[in-house]
Design a protein around this ligand. Structure first.
Ligand code: FES
Length: 254
């Protein structure tokens, strides 16, 4: 798989709930990313200020008439959601912003309880769609990302092999992104989605999203998940906890 393929793929980066009113820093394929909510939507900018390389994720969002702007914590240059610098304090009233005063912006979406990023701008052709659960109503839980000391493909192969343990006769129903897959078992309407991102050639990060049919009683689904011999106790524990807690993650697929 070429580097280009991976940059055009959607990667689940952080749980959506971790992105609130202030920016957070993340990394996708070694690219430092500032994730931030601006103008009511999720925005991903390169986390390196065009001025002196300070991390923009250490800044804050301020609302202006023209829209929300991300303020660099160092010298307070301001960036809009497209990554264009809109204001440089040192220029005073003569705001002639140079062309180079900008940072790349990437496609970002909030989807199934996670923030997904594709290392291409919104304007570039959508070569990959976001992974989708099959039709139906689902209660979705995003499980914390985990880091593995293994190449991404090895990790994904492992999940394909182990999916049988979690879902019994469930089948791999979709492969919507080079490193994301959805498994579904119709009998108990359980789906598992995993996004695997290479950190280096020897290390990867996996991000799990699980979903159950919202008609299933939460006690039943928690019990069936914890009794499962998936061989990954922390995953099952976290998953059961998240699925059992509240309706924050209720979602409708599609
Ligand atoms: S480093 Fe960001 S404004 Fe100077």
């Amino acid at each position: 798989m070429s580097a280009l393929d991976l940059r055009s793929a959607w990667h689940a980066v952080v749980p959506a709930e971790s992105l609130r009113d202030w920016p957070i820093g993340a990394s996708v394929l070694d690219e430092p990313i500032a994730l931030v909510r601006m103008n009511g939507t999720v925005v991903a900018l390169r986390d390196v200020c065009a001025h002196m390389n300070v991390a923009l994720s250490g800044g804050w969002v301020t609302r202006y008439e023209a829209g929300d702007e991300l303020v660099c914590p160092s010298h307070r240059w301001r960036y809009n959601a497209a990554g264009r610098c809109t204001y440089i304090p040192e220029l005073g009233d003569e705001q002639v912003i140079p062309e180079w005063a900008a940072v790349p912006s990437y496609s970002a979406r909030e989807h199934y309880g996670a923030i997904w990023v594709r290392l291409q701008s919104e304007g570039q052709r959508e070569s990959n769609e976001l992974p989708q659960l099959p039709d139906g109503r689902w209660h979705v839980a995003a499980v914390q990302a985990q880091t593995w000391k293994a190449p991404a493909q090895t990790v994904l192969d492992y999940f394909v092999m182990q999916a049988g343990n979690l879902l019994g006769s469930g089948t791999l129903s979709a492969c919507a992104s080079p490193l994301a897959a959805v498994w579904v078992k119709d009998g108990c309407s359980l789906a598992v989605m995993v996004s695997v991102t290479p950190l280096t050639r020897k290390a990867s990060r996996s991000f799990w999203i699980a979903a159950v049919d919202i008609g299933i009683d939460s006690h039943l689904r928690t019990a069936s998940l914890t009794q499962n011999e998936f061989g990954h106790a922390e995953f099952c524990k976290g998953l059961a906890h998240r699925l059992a807690s509240g309706s924050d993650y209720a979602a409708t697929a599609g």
